[in-house]
Design a protein around this ligand. Structure first.
Ligand code: KIV
Ligand code: ZN
Length: 390
């Protein structure tokens, strides 16, 4: 929740649309509904449930989510065409809160090779799409696809014209993950300075991760005034993925001293939601993934474990419970020290004299060179079968 002096950032989750575009991540209707309900419980503000015109299955899933998921606004993506906008509207109309999301590419490479349209036609189509969507629905988002590779003056012109036409959220995608934090922030600052009416709309960021910068670029956007972030659970999405929701939310929470904004996300739901999305998509989360990876709160090095046993903040900037883990883990391996071993043995009920501990510690290190991780059963075997306590 935001505190006095802190702006609220709208969390727009696109796991079910852009996330589902990850190769191999498609979900069936009941899986999409489970994820939709989990996102509502997590406290996101907008769920982009799909792209209604893309397939009958996508249409049905958006309609089911619009009818059954309470809380967030439900959104459907549409190209800037009558057929797509009508499909989105038909899928969404039963939702208590709904948004139509219209997009059209603006960069030279997309204009010349994909759309084969001149600048004037891009503007005309964008404006017509927004006007049509606005006849159906009050909440309209427009995205200038590939904005990060678009000439700034033309981008500003398109943005100004779609705001005049009735768009309420203006999204500036880095579709191919090309931007750097500084260049992306400069693009948004340019728009804030040169576009009439920009203060009437919510400026939004949508960053892909091709250079591993999606979260950094999104936060750079927030620092210059973006107040919506588009992101996905576990960062799934086209190619290298989208900005990861859990990383953005926890950066905003942990560094509120600098960012001075807040989200409405219930952070303790992050880990369970991450597990659900991994399970239904089959896309496993890497062990060292920030916030939700198995190693995110695991400590192996002896010096770190000693620090953690003395004061957890020596090596943890967030509490694991804040993101839904039950506790930090001190993993026993070849980098672990006597303190951690003593602590674990004592938790297992073995109180050893110093000389006994020395002996187990020596045998433990020998074992560590043979095994990657040492489990409780291994320690019991060392103590009992090594006849330390016999
Ligand atoms: O990456 C992108 O440009 C998109 C838009 C359709 C918003 O996903
Ligand atoms: Zn995208």
């Amino acid at each position: 929740m935001s505190e006095p002096g802190q702006d609220r950032v709208v969390v727009f989750d696109t796991t079910l649309r852009d996330g589902e575009q990850s190769p191999g991540a498609s979900m069936n209707l009941s899986q999409k509904l489970r994820v939709g309900k989990a996102l509502a419980e997590l406290g996101v503000d907008v769920i982009e449930a799909g792209f209604a015109a893309a397939s009958p299955g996508d249409f049905e899933a958006i309609q089911a989510i619009a009818r059954q998921v309470e809380g967030p606004a439900i959104c459907s993506l549409s190209r800037s065409s009558k057929g797509d906008i009508e499909a989105s509207w038909n899928a969404l109309k039963d939702a208590p809160r709904k948004r139509i999301h219209v997009f059209l590419a603006t960069s030279p490479i997309h204009r010349d090779f994909k759309l084969k349209m001149a600048k004037e036609e891009i503007i005309r189509r964008a404006v017509d799409g927004v006007k049509l969507a606005r006849e159906k629905c009050e909440d309209i988002e427009f995205s200038t696809e590939d904005a990060a590779r678009t000439e700034l003056e033309f981008l500003a012109e398109v943005v100004e014209r779609v705001i005049e036409a009735g768009a309420t959220t203006l999204n500036i995608p880095d579709t191919v993950g090309y931007a750097l934090p500084q260049t992306y922030a400069e693009t948004l600052s340019y728009l804030k300075k040169h576009v009439r009416g920009i203060d009437r709309v919510i400026l939004s960021v949508h960053c892909h991760n091709d250079l591993g910068l999606a979260v950094a670029n999104s936060l750079a956007g927030v620092m210059v005034g973006a107040r919506q972030v588009e992101c996905t659970i576990n960062g799934i999405g086209e190619r290298a993925g989208n900005a990861s929701l859990e990383e953005i939310v926890m950066a905003i929470k942990t560094r509120a001293d600098v960012l001075r904004v807040a989200t409405g996300v219930k952070t303790e739901r992050l880990y369970p939601t991450s597990r659900l999305v991994a399970q239904v998509t089959g896309l496993q989360v890497q062990r060292n993934k920030a916030i939700v990876g198995q190693n995110a709160f695991a400590h192996e090095a002896g010096i770190h474990q000693h620090g953690m046993l003395t004061h957890r903040e020596t090596y943890e900037i967030m509490r694991p419970e804040e993101v839904g883990f039950s506790r930090s883990s001190l993993v026993l391996g070849k980098h672990s020290g006597r303190h951690a071993l003593k602590e674990r043995l004592s938790a297992l009920g073995y109180k050893l004299e110093d000389a006994q501990l020395d002996k187990v510690f020596g045998e433990f290190k020998v074992l560590c060179d043979k095994k990657k991780e040492i489990y409780d059963a291994d320690l019991e075997a060392l103590v009992i079968h090594g006849q330390i306590l016999a």
